[in-house]
Ligand binder design. Sequence first.
Ligand code: ZN
Length: 232
Amino acid sequence: MRSVVLLFALPISCAPIAIHPSSTLVSAEVRGPTATPNPDLTRSTSDTQEIADLISETMRVIHLPAFERNLRAVSSDFGPIAQSPFGQRLPSSVIADLYAGRDPAYSFYPARVTWTEGEGASSTGGDGIIRLSKLVHDNWRAGSTMRRSLAINSLAHELSHTLSSRRDMLSMVFVDRGFSFGWLRGRPPIASYTIGSVAQCTFLEEHGQMAEGLSACLRRYGVWHFTPPQFD
Ligand SMILES: [Zn+2]
């Protein structure tokens, strides 16, 4: 039986930091998350290529104008977005600026991405290594737009955990550790899950598969939790 805690990050601190959005944003240059495949000699060349392809496609999606538009629009229906389950609540426009790297007070720790073995959840460590679960690997390899959208959700989500309040180490700004779907549901959307689902829905929209509209798509794929089991 699956755990209700479907995905979690491994923050180096459980106490949410206070976000102080800067009044001076860097608008000319988008400086969002960065990621490369984690060198892993035990992995096959095809595994590494699949990681590179997923990174490339996820980066492409989160830099689409439609992704920005969709993320900024979330609060119009869902209200403020929570930085973490006990963290600050911010307009989705601020979340979008943070995720695009426009706030000079915050920066992205360079991520290295690898597949994990077994059935464990995806996670992001304080070392900046994103470990994507076998489920995500299976979704990406399946090849359909639907299954690939799920993998893009996962990586866009994990990349949100690499936003750091410090430049010398990864001090996570967006945290979601260890809270059940049942506890979170009905509370403000959680930034990390919302970002992942906005990326997924934007990808589906691009492929003509978001006829239900953004809000319904986000409710389907989750703003309080990772992708529901029925979509795994
Ligand atoms: Zn997470």
